[in-house]
Design a protein around this ligand. Structure first.
Ligand code: ADP
Ligand code: ADP
Ligand code: MG
Length: 661
């Protein structure tokens, strides 16, 4: 390792910072993390050998604070800065500042970045280098009439894109000339707000596009190789969710044409380091060697690089460090081999059912699968803050074939347990079961077309409801054989102790009730009556058996909450705070009130009876369930207001106890 750095600073956070630390450590390179106040206890800070605070939470004051980052590198004696992706990674002025400070930037030159930084200039450059570009206009003129005229020439539908764009921002599809003006104005506004530059280009909108990109690598000795392609067609809001390699249906002929074009593109800008050339392909026309067009080049490591690592067996961050240290590329083109199939799924804190709205929250329970590579920057208990990208983890699987890889990913997602924040886990799992995706019929519109199916959730089975009730009641241990309740074994008898419990699920309150039944329990749930036996098998897991099915359920608890994970689904519950007083008081004092409207089924009290605390006095049927209402304390019944068959309203008095003297 003679030529490598002894210490590098990582100007990033989250999973990519952690991932870079891991390779650095393996190579004997020490690492320095930087962090904002929001990340003071974050995983990347803990993992690195050293960490330096660079500012308050907003990225503009911390992870984009070039001065503070360079000062941290100087102060800690780091020789090089790895930018990760996002943040400063594609900022040529940052590269120049790093170099001016006598440090090495782990990535391409400022010149290469500038050449590719603007989509319009990059396209002109690529045309010159003989790389096919999407038909369109990417010239200087920005007048509305000129651009509208170009759109007519190109032929509708067209796509307006911000010249300085990225991350799908500032992009508008226009189907008809009459919509052009308005779409142009919107794209320009968005571009100005996001990039401080409102220049746009107009190009042919590809009807059924596939996004296929080629990973390239260059060194400072003039060598450029490719590491095959990735298909990133599964997108929402023009952003990637699933990436895979190789591209489904890729032919040798088309791969040769695409990878050669990508290598030409890299040579055209004397590219050094890891880069990705993104192409758009018309899925309607099939994969043909003349059917792909340059979209843009990302002059950095890509989020989805693990897919390439999985099919090539290489460590791209190691290659970045070697190339930045001046070494030649570790392998010649012929020695780089593609083996098997890899898929990455991006796990986000976002609500797929609500337009993929990003979410925040504390990941109170977190368990990653053990059959997949998981790149993550969070641990159980960490918070997804509104300051940064809401990605929780990337789950990467490899297998001999695409089908096996999809199945492995489905298994990994099923074993991923997340609670405390909304996530897209179930959405990703549904994608793995989607026929079109499984058949390799991917295009960038698939998710939007199939959205309704992809976000559909099964109803919670009665077994899960029942188990949640038992968990809330602290009754998940198997019932002992000498339990006196066993003697009764018949739920319908009112004498059987009935344990009511309130659970909030999906914003609604439900009252459930459990009672002993043989060696197990009968539970009245919103999904019906279920008879359950429960067998803890360790590590929060329980084997459940009902008359209909057996299932393994994983249980997570944290204050005021519980979550169940069963058969790939996750169900979260809030335990209502009994002190919050949201429900009428029926748990104390002298009066027993109806907690909800219902029908009085059983009354087991008469004036003058002596009752002990917890004795069920009235059974109320409501919401298709029976609720036992128990004596709040030891005492004497003063008055019974209701009889069996009475209909009562929420808060009605049922029974009163004589005041204590
Ligand atoms: P790619 O897969 O081509 O790298 P991404 O979908 O990751 O594209 O997005 C492009 C860039 O924008 C990446 O560098 C990524 O880190 C960054 N990025 C994506 N979403 C956000 C976000 N919400 N906030 C900040 N940066 C983001
Ligand atoms: P960004 O810089 O925001 O990543 P890209 O130019 O890479 O922008 O495009 C992002 C996505 O937008 C592509 O992956 C693709 O889904 C879609 N897209 C881009 N160009 C076209 C086009 N000409 N026709 C149809 N869809 C396109
Ligand atoms: Mg892109």
């Amino acid at each position: 390792m003679s030529g490598l750095f002894s210490k590098i600073l990582i100007a990033n956070r989250g999973e990519i910072a952690c991932r870079i630390v891991a390779t650095a450590r393996r190579l004997g390179v020490r690492s320095v993390a930087v962090y904002s106040d929001a990340d003071a206890g974050a995983l990347h800070v803990v993992m690195a050998d050293q960490a330096v605070r660079i500012g308050p939470p907003p990225a503009a004051d911390s992870y984009l604070n070039a001065g503070a980052i360079i000062a941290a590198a100087k102060a800690t004696g780091a020789e090089a800065i790895h930018p990760g992706y996002g943040f400063l990674s594609e900022n040529p002025r940052f590269v120049e500042a790093v170099e001016a400070a006598g440090l090495v930037f782990i990535g391409p030159s400022a010149g290469s970045m500038r050449a590719m930084g603007l989509k319009d200039a990059a396209k002109t450059l690529m045309e010159k280098a003989g790389v096919p570009v999407v038909p369109g206009y990417h010239g200087e003129a920005q007048a509305t009439v000129v651009l509208a005229g170009k759109a007519d020439e190109i032929g509708y539908p067209v796509l307006i894109k911000a010249a300085a764009g990225g991350g799908g921002k500032g992009m508008r599809r226009v189907d008809r000339p009459s919509q052009f003006r308005e779409a142009l104005a919107a794209a320009k506004r968005e571009a100005l707000a996001a990039f401080g530059d409102d220049r746009v280009l107009v190009e042919k909108y590809i009807g059924k596009p596939r996004h296929i990109e080629v990973q390239v690598f260059g060194d400072a000795h003039g060598n450029v190789v490719h590491l095959f392609e990735r298909d990133c067609s599964l997108q929402r809001r023009h952003q990637k969710v699933i990436e895979e390699a190789p591209a489904p249906g890729m032919t040798d002929e088309m791969r040769r044409a695409m990878t050669a074009a990508a290598v030409r593109a890299a040579h055209a800008i004397d590219y050094v380091g890891a880069g990705t050339v993104e192409f758009i392909v018309d899925a309607g026309a099939g994969l043909r060697p003349d059917g792909f067009w340059f979209m843009e080049m990302n002059t950095r490591l890509q989020v989805e690089h693990p897919v390439t690592e999985t099919v090539t067996g290489l460590d791209l961050v190691e290659w970045q460090l070697r190339v930045a240290a001046g070494e030649e590329l570790p392998l010649k083109q012929e020695a780089i081999v593609l083996d098997g199939h890899a898929i990455e799924a991006r796990l986000y804190a976002e609500d797929a059912g609500k337009g993929f709205l990003p979410a925040t929250g504390r990941l109170s329970h977190l368990r990653f699968p053990d059959n997949a590579r998981v790149d993550s920057g969070v641990r159980q208990g960490d918070e997804i803050t509104p300051f940064y990208d809401p990605m929780i983890a990337k789950i990467i699987v490899g297998a001999p074939s695409r089908r096996e890889a999809i199945d492995r990913l489905a298994g990994a997602l099923a074993r991923t347990e997340l609670a405390g924040s909304v996530t897209n886990r179930a959405f990703l799992a549904r994608l793995c079961a989607h026929d079109g995706f499984r058949a390799g019929e991917v295009d960038t519109g698939l998710i939007e077309r199939e959205l309704e199916w992809l976000v559909a959730r099964p109803d919670m089975p009665a077994e899960a409801w029942g188990f949640a009730a038992l968990a809330a009641l602290g009754l998940t241990d198997p019932r002992a054989g000498d339990d006196p309740f066993d003697m009764i074994g018949n739920w319908a008898l009112w004498q059987t102790p009935i344990h009511p419990v309130d659970l909030d699920h999906a914003g609604a309150r439900h009252t459930l009730a459990a009672s002993p039944d043989g060696a197990g329990w009968s539970v009245q749930t919103p999904a019906g009556l279920v008879r359950l036996s429960v067998n803890p098998i360790g590590d929060g897991r329980h084997e459940l058996a009902s008359v209909d099915r057996r299932l393994i359920v994983s249980l997570a608890r944290w204050p005021g909450h519980l979550a169940l994970f069963a058969e790939g689904e996750a169900f979260e519950f809030v335990l209502p705070d009994p002190l919050a007083g949201a429900m009428p008081d029926h748990a104390g004092g002298d009066r027993i009130l109806a907690p909800m409207p219902g029908l009085v089924r059983i009354v087991n009290a008469a004036a003058g009876d002596t009752v002990s605390k917890g004795a069920p006095l009235v059974v109320l049927e409501a919401m298709k369930m029976e609720h036992a209402l128990a004596a709040p304390r030891d005492g004497t019944v003063q008055e019974v207001v209701v009889s069996p068959g009475d209909q009562v309203a929420d808060g009605d008095l049922l029974v009163s106890l004589a005041p204590q003297g």
